[in-house]
Design a protein around this ligand. Structure first.
Ligand SMILES: *[C@@H]1O[C@H](CO)[C@@H](O)[C@H](O)[C@H]1NC(C)=O
Length: 483
């Protein structure tokens, strides 16, 4: 079931405006058929069972004749006006096998940090489907500057277990009441319904203020990343769907590897995330040739690594994830082309846009000749790894520069002094310039959630070597380069 949510069709539209609303989807309403074990709402003459030991809050919209009803020890019914339970008078209910047992399902399993249980909307009333802008999994769950809506006229039960014990939001709307301060919310949470609606060790911190930074704000769910991926992939640790490229990219905040392209931007104080996203939508995403491309763009904290070792510091960067609907050997190629377009746009206008450097990674499918039908990713080494370069500097005191064909060397402005020159490749894939490295032919393990793997560092290093990486620095004047 949940694997359905991997489908591109379910990717959600984000608000063009600043505020993002996230709506909780499940409910524990009496009239919701899926809340009953038999998949139907009890009808007249049924014997209704609520589990004795299960805590529930149940909203009842309409009157129900009941024959017999077993209630939980701890729970509540919230009755809409006119709703209620009446004794069954023996009258025949058409379309109903009178007298069977109807059992209310288990409402314990719905977790706040399950991305599949949230819907993103640009406005409180807006219902949207599909869309070409999606969010990485961590950002499908409410972020620290989001407005959360638990629909009025519904009951719910949410497990709010969290790593930090604290869930930060801009506002939360419960039973039709919007709370935008922690004090007002605390009063509600002390009331009779809240303990039935929320369980687990998380509490809410509600700020009432949106993201104050025009360059965007980090979502803030990274610490619960493992919880988010566990919910998405199932507690049993179901593997991610088999990717159509052999070395999928691992976007930050996303649970499974993707084929396509990522662009990672460093920015200056001039950068405006909303304007830049609109620019990408207007200039590229809306072009007919990119009709099958979907894009995610957000500010993320990128852990800094040095020689493959994670450092404790992290730097905010803008991450763009591009995926497409191409299949087989063409998987990811439209995304790759759009990423290349974005890179040349940055090369031309980066300074004005507030972008100081960009780095592109690509994972596409392709077919080895003579091996029909097997998708693989092209293995072209077009960039060197910062750590590798520095390692060589350390070892031999020599600077390795390489140019090949269209390769140019630009000074990439990277955060640390040793992160200097990297090769910039022409975005055009040039398979003749690449080579196949049999060492990297082993299938990649994509089953673990990010951060959980012991071999994570090694794998990231491998992924770096496997995928195409491009650096570019728009602040550097191209005309000065002697190519
Ligand atoms: C809350 O509970 C979950 C699971 O029971 C646990 O993993 C998490 O560390 C707890 N968080 C805090 C802040 O105690």
């Amino acid at each position: 079931m949940k694997s359905l949510f991997f489908l591109l069709g379910c990717l959600q539209l984000l608000a063009a405006a600043g505020a993002v609303y996230k709506r909780w989807l499940p409910n524990t309403n009496f009239e919701t058929a899926s809340n009953w074990d038999e998949g139907r709402v009890p009808c007249a003459g049924d014997v209704i069972h609520f589990d004795r030991d299960k805590v529930v809050s149940v909203f009842v919209k309409s009157p129900h004749p009941v024959k017999d009803m077993y209630l939980p020890l701890n729970g509540e019914f919230i009755l809409a006006s006119g709703a209620g339970f009446a004794a069954f008078d023996g009258s025949w209910d058409p379309g109903c096998d009178s007298g069977s047992a109807a059992r209310f399902g288990d409402a314990e399993g719905f977790a706040w940090f399950d991305p599949a249980l949230w819907q993103t909307a640009a406005s409180p009333g807006e219902l949207q489907q599909g869309g070409r802008i999606f969010a990485v999994d961590e950002e499908r769950v409410p972020c620290q500057y989001d407005d959360v809506i638990l629909q009025p006229e519904t009951s719910f039960r949410v497990n709010v277990d969290s790593s930090r014990g604290m869930i930060h939001l801009r506002s939360i709307s419960l039973m039709g009441q919007t709370f935008s301060s922690t004090a007002a919310l605390a009063e509600y949470l002390r009331g009779p319904s809240a303990p039935l609606q929320f369980h687990g060790n998380g509490t809410f911190q509600v700020s009432g203020t949106g993201c104050p930074d025009k360059s965007g704000c980090v979502c803030g769910n990274a610490q619960d990343g493992h919880r988010i991926c566990a919910a998405l992939l199932g507690a049993a640790g179901r593997p991610c769907p088999a990717p159509a490229c052999r070395s999928p990219l691992r976007p930050l905040g996303h649970c499974c590897g993707v084929c396509g392209a990522t662009v990672c931007l460093e920015f200056t104080p001039d950068f405006d995330l909303r304007k830049y996203r609109d620019r990408l939508v207007q200039a590229f995403l809306s072009l007919p040739k990119y009709a099958g491309v979907q894009m995610a763009i957000s500010k993320v904290h990128k852990a800094q690594t040095f020689l493959g070792v994670a450092l404790r510091s992290s730097a905010p960067v803008i991450q763009i994830v591009l995926i497409d609907d191409q299949t087989g050997s063409r998987t990811g190629t439209a995304a790759e082309q759009m990423a290349a377009d974005i890179m040349s746009d940055i090369a031309q206008h980066g300074e004005a846009l507030g972008i100081s450097s960009g780095k592109m990674e690509v994972a596409t499918g392709s077919i080895f000749s003579g091996q029909t039908g097997i998708s693989t990713s092209r293995r072209i080494l077009t960039g060197t790894v910062v750590g590798l370069l520095f390692g060589l500097l350390l070892l031999g005191g020599m600077l390795l520069l390489y140019r090949r064909g269209m390769l140019r060397l630009w000074a990439a402005r990277l955060p640390r002094p040793w992160g200097r020159a990297q090769g910039l490749a022409s975005p055009e894939p040039a398979s003749s310039k690449g080579f196949d490295n049999p060492m990297f032919d082993m299938p990649m393990d994509t089953t673990e959630p990010p951060g959980a793997a012991s071999g994570e560092d090694a794998r990231q290093e491998m992924a770096l070597k496997d995928n195409q990486i491009f650096y570019l620095n728009p602040l550097y004047d191209e005309s000065e380069v002697d190519v």
